[in-house]
Design a protein around this ligand. Structure first.
Ligand code: BG6
Ligand code: MG
Length: 223
């Protein structure tokens, strides 16, 4: 079992962990699903969290039994439409969109010398960090375009630890999505889930919301 003293680095998801963009992704996909005549459900929306743009589109089309109705070029056009709508919302964001407690947590991690990297599936992550005023906190970002497999595959979290020159066992990964928790566990890191304890049941520890994410609370769970 990993002890708190073993931990040297934190590998962060972005959407739904540092900021509330998971809601914006969901709204943009919901709009697209409506326009395609695919029925939107909470389960479909939750299942898309952490999933790459093209994989998300495939899941939506599949839910509506429409996976064979579009050419690759048309699918790329649909994904681009969603992204245009999403980016328009991102561009309205400010540092006020950082989730409660996360700025203080990041400052505490930096002050105590922990290393940080970002393991977000989003190609918009640098833009979002810029809007939040957090670019300087994350000089180390896994490029999602470099991945062979998206979450729940562990690859993105393995690379997140590699960027820090740490063993996965020395890292905590933070996630709001079941697919992300699975990826952290597969990489051999300690998983910290934020959200619903049932949905994130595979995580080593779950906090109901970001305001509870502090080093003291993490230490309590590990030791
Ligand atoms: C993840 C989100 O962080 O990034 C997903 O949880 C999203 O909802 C994925 O689909 C890809 O994001 P983007 O910005 O590259 O379309
Ligand atoms: Mg997320």
């Amino acid at each position: 079992m990993t002890k708190f003293a073993d931990i040297k680095g934190f590998v962060f998801d972005l959407d739904g962990v540092i900021t509330d963009t998971s809601i914006l992704h969901g709204t943009a996909w919901h709009q697209l699903a409506d326009s395609l005549g695919v029925t939107w459900t909470k389960e479909l929306g939750d299942g898309l969290k952490g999933i790459s743009r093209m994989d998300s589109l495939e899941m939506i089309l599949k839910a509506g039994h429409k996976e064979n109705d579009y050419t690759q070029a048309q699918k790329e056009e649909l994904a681009a439409q969603k992204n245009t709508n999403y980016v328009a919302e991102v561009d309205k964001m400010t540092p006020a969109n950082i989730l409660p407690g996360m700025k203080a947590f990041l400052d505490d991690l930096r002050a105590k010398g922990y290393q940080l990297s970002l393991a977000s599936a989003s190609k918009n992550a640098p833009r979002v960090l810029g809007k939040l005023g957090l670019t300087d906190y994350f000089p180390k970002i896994v490029d999602p375009a470099s991945l062979k497999h998206g979450k729940p595959d562990p690859e993105i979290y393995t690379k997140g630890a590699e960027l820090l020159n740490l063993d996965p066992a020395q890292c905590i990964g933070l996630e709001d999505a079941a697919a992300g928790v699975q990826a952290i566990n597969g990489a051999g890191e300690t998983s910290l889930g934020i959200g619903d304890a049932t949905e994130l049941g595979a995580a080593d520890m779950v906090f109901a919301d970001t305001s509870a994410v502090t080093l003291a609370n993490i230490a309590k769970h590990l030791d």
